[in-house]
Design a protein around this ligand. Structure first.
Ligand SMILES: [Zn+2]
Length: 846
């Protein structure tokens, strides 16, 4: 599904409406939580004491957010007076508290709410050993973003509200509990351990946290200018995995302090790794919750790193926690920045190539969402649930905008502007205009037009770049065509771009750079030169947020692939060359595979070469399986899935057996399945029984089994989807069920039944994958289940994906079901064409 969609698919689903933050009757000054979690009974006894100050009107009634809280009393707490019960009503997710006499304008009031939470639906999660997973260790964690704090304490649950907080947690003796801010007390009391945390810098309710369980504390020393103590917490036995995952945190703190110009703002920094987490990480102020899936062994560490996740959540301590989006529509100021800072850390740690490739990956991820799902402005307030906008536009496109801004302003002015933005808005709520004003204040640049085009408007330019040299007049011509649909709502993009011309193909020595303005759908830039350029560079810093395709011709593309210092240019050249079957192109790619020093270029080149399905490409990729970088090998193994022949199967089988990297083995197994070689079934069945970190290898084997298009894999996939299996295994099984059923019509009903059941799975990620599987299978029998989940699912992401899947299935239902079969025929014909081409080449050889 999804190939036949029109351009500019709208984001808003039926029922979406514009959202604005609520009015304020009061400012909340402080929240004090007194919490007693019961890990056995999955309950929480709480007392929430809130201090508010009335705005300019007397307040007789305050309506707090509170869902499924069993409230037993509300008392007014006055200094020097006995607590006094006040009236309250609980209904429809609200706790209405009555003040008699009213709180006078400008006056303070403090009130305490006693409540109990039993087996909460959301916000507070209990992990317990179960019949199918007896290995699980009991603990509890909260997840308050975006508006779920109300499931575990009564509050004004909106990001613009910022207050100080105190969190006192009474935990079973010998266990640990984490809250926000400084640990001010740790005491044994009545056979229990009491932890008291104090957060003096005001923060939003969605950043408040409580985690409790038998965690092991690992101190990482002091970091940054103020020597802030850094810790991580893992469940017993995971200490060394924790070091691998979180070991670089102190260096990251120093790096981000330097970049933002602002010392780490809180009393301590902790990361705590919990089970069954529904996100990668959550940047709770000073106390990040991380998924325990990120804890990894030495083998995984070959080509997996937790650094992006760790950097992301740490960056939020500035962008999100200290400066908080005023409402969710501006959440890119949280997520775009945090994603961008992942790349910034990569630059500091591994160098500029890694940075620029990270941003390029962000751009690719955003482009995929735009092509397959929808398009929306980065700032957008029309949704059903706020979590819907936490998508690839918010994170990855947001990061790509910041990179482009870095190019627009230049390094020094960019970072000075960021520092000013942080300094001027610390402890405040921010909207995009605050950032624009900080840039203007620092540099004098008025970037309202830039933000209008890239942040407040949807879409991006799709550019095709051509080049010609006029030898009679000594003029180089670069043509830039905007290929995206241009219409009244989506006018042509306007931007400045650099072009560079160098006299030698393998060096930028003597390079001539110009800055050109692009403002038309078909832009021709003619540059008189005193030499014929041998290397031509479009946007040499790779700053532009655009889907760029080169059509430079093989000679120039080869020069760029082998000589351009920017990895993004080399990738674009490789993509152009991979579509070309001529000798210049082949030789350039072969040389690149022998000499290219950056793995990302070869990984992208491998994918492009694979997509070409050419015989020489196959040989090149088989050769790349011997590359020293596991991510190049992974890409080559993946790309070999385009070839269905015996040499490929043998090479993949060997790689799946001999490689050390889990990810390489998994990629080889998937592609081995795609070859449909006779011996693959046995290899894949054996690999599906492996026991590797996060089931990476097992998952590859299951996906490979589906690709075999053989009904005998069905029982294995069904078994692997059972609740007793590891989550990673189950997730791969769900996707594989749909894949196999789309290849083997006779298995469709069994797959539909299994996917239908999994739509309501206890595991959030499995349920999400089941929705994706339902969509890819496109079977109308799944509509009832999808509609149910879209209406009743508690998580906004589940509801949104189910709704989208159901819409696409309904739309696609008109297309006959033979489409899948026809697509397979096309694959088969391509394969025949490839073999014939091979024969022709063999005959043509002298
Ligand atoms: Zn984030």
């Amino acid at each position: 599904m999804g190939d036949d969609r029109s351009a500019y698919q709208p984001f808003a689903l039926p029922g979406a409406r514009p959202h604005y933050g609520p009015d304020k009757l009061v400012a909340v000054e402080e929240i004090a939580l007194d919490l007693v979690p019961d890990l056995e009974r999955e309950s929480l006894d709480g007392c929430c004491t809130t201090t508010v100050r009335a705005f300019d009107q007397p307040v007789t009634r305050l309506s707090l957010d509170a869902v499924d809280l069993d409230v037993s009393s509300v008392e007014r707490v006055e200094p020097g007076a006995a607590p006094r019960g006040v009236g309250f009503v609980v209904r429809d997710g609200k706790l209405d508290v009555t003040f008699d006499p009213p709180i006078a304008p400008g006056e303070r009031a403090t009130f305490a709410v006693r409540y109990r939470v039993v087996r909460p639906r959301y916000g507070l999660f209990f992990v317990r050993p179960t019949a199918s997973h007896p290995e699980k260790i009991a603990h509890a964690w909260t997840q308050s973003q975006d508006e779920f704090a109300r499931y575990w304490f009564p509050c004004l649950d909106y990001p613009h509200e910022k207050q100080r907080s105190t969190t006192t947690i009474t935990a079973p003796k010998g266990t640990f509990a984490l809250g926000n801010g400084a640990l001010v007390e740790r005491a044994e009391r009545d056979g229990k351990t009491v932890f008291k945390y104090r957060q003096d810098v005001p923060h939003s309710t969605y950043l408040m946290t409580m985690v409790a369980g038998p965690f092991v504390e690992v101190a990482q020393g002091n970091a940054g200018r103020n020597g802030v103590p850094v810790f991580y917490y893992v469940l017993p036995g995971r200490e060394r995995d924790g070091e691998r995952a979180f070991g670089k945190t102190p260096q990251m703190i120093a790096c981000f302090e330097e970049r933002t110009g602002m010392p780490y703002p809180y009393a301590r920094y902790s990361q705590i790794a919990v089970s069954d987490f529904i996100f990668g990480g959550m940047e709770n102020t000073s106390a990040t919750t991380q998924t325990d899936r990120t804890l990894h062994d030495e083998t995984a560490h070959l080509d997996f790193s937790s650094d992006p996740l760790v950097a992301h959540e740490l960056a939020h301590q500035w962008f999100g926690d200290l400066l908080t989006c005023r409402d969710w529509s501006h959440a890119w100021l949280n997520e775009g920045f945090a994603t961008f800072m992942e790349a910034v850390w990569r630059e500091a740690d591994l160098g500029y190539d890694e940075y620029v490739y990270d941003v390029f990956e962000c751009l690719s991820i955003y482009l995929k969402e735009e092509a397959h799902r929808y398009v929306r402005p980065i700032v957008c307030n029309t949704y059903i649930a706020p979590i819907e906008i936490f998508d690839r536009h918010l994170y990855q496109k947001g990061a790509a905008v910041l990179h482009m801004l870095r190019g627009e302003l230049g390094d020094a002015r960019f970072w000075r502007s960021v520092a000013r933005y942080v300094r001027e808005n610390a402890q405040r709520s921010v909207e995009t205009i605050d950032f624009i004003r900080a840039i203007e204040g620092e540099t004098g640049r008025n970037l309202r037009g830039f933000f209008a085009q890239w942040v407040f408007r949807e879409g991006h330019p799709a550019l095709e770049i051509r080049y010609a040299w006029d030898a009679t007049r000594n003029v180089a011509t670069v043509t830039i065509d905007q290929k995206q649909p241009v219409e009244a709502q989506h006018p042509v993009y306007e931007f400045d771009v650099e072009l560079a011309f160098a006299p030698k193909p393998d060096s930028i020595e003597g390079e001539r750079r110009i800055r050109a303005h692009v403002g038309r759908a078909h832009e021709t830039i003619a540059v008189p030169l005193e030499f014929e350029p041998r290397l031509v560079r479009f946007d040499p810093g790779a700053f532009l947020l655009a889907d760029v395709t080169y059509a430079l011709g093989p000679d120039l593309a080869a020069a760029v692939l082998l000589g351009d210092p920017n990895v993004v240019a080399r990738i674009r050249a490789a993509r152009e060359l991979a579509k070309d079957s001529g000798r210049t192109a082949r030789e350039a790619l072969e040389r690149a595979f022998a000499s290219e020093h950056f793995w990302g270029v070869l990984a992208e080149a491998a994918h492009a070469v694979g997509a070409s399905r050419s015989p020489w490409g196959r040989d090149l990729l088989i050769g790349a399986l011997a590359h020293t970088h596991p991510k190049v090998v992974r890409a080559a193994a993946d790309a070999l899935g385009n070839f269905r022949d015996d040499d490929v199967a043998s090479a993949l089988e060997a790689t799946s057996r001999d490689a050390r990297s889990y990810f390489v083995r998994a990629a080889a197994l998937v592609s081995l399945g795609k070859t449909r070689a006779a011996r693959a079934f046995e290899v894949l069945t054996a690999a599906a029984r492996a026991r590797t970190w996060n089931s990476v290898v097992e998952a590859g084997a299951l996906r490979g089994l589906a690709e075999l298009a053989d009904a005998k894999a069905m029982p294995l996939l069904l078994e692997a989807s059972a609740p007793a299996k590891q989550e990673g295994t189950r997730r791969a099984a769900v996707a594989s069920l749909a894949r196999l059923a789309s290849l083997v019509e006779s298995e469709r009903t069994r797959a539909v039944d299994a996917i239908e059941r999994l739509l309501d799975d206890e595991s959030f990620l499995v349920a999400l994958d089941a929705i994706a599987a339902a969509e890819s299978l496109g079977d109308e029998r799944l509509l009832t289940g999808l509609d149910r989940v879209a209406g009743q699912g508690i998580d906004g992401r589940i509801r949104r994906h189910a709704m989208e899947a159901a819409m696409r299935i309904r739309k696609g239902a008109k297309v006959p079901s033979q489409v899948t079969a026809l697509r397979d025929d096309i694959d088969e014909l391509r394969e025949q064409q490839r073999r014939l081409q091979e024969k022709i080449e063999a005959l043509a050889r002298p």
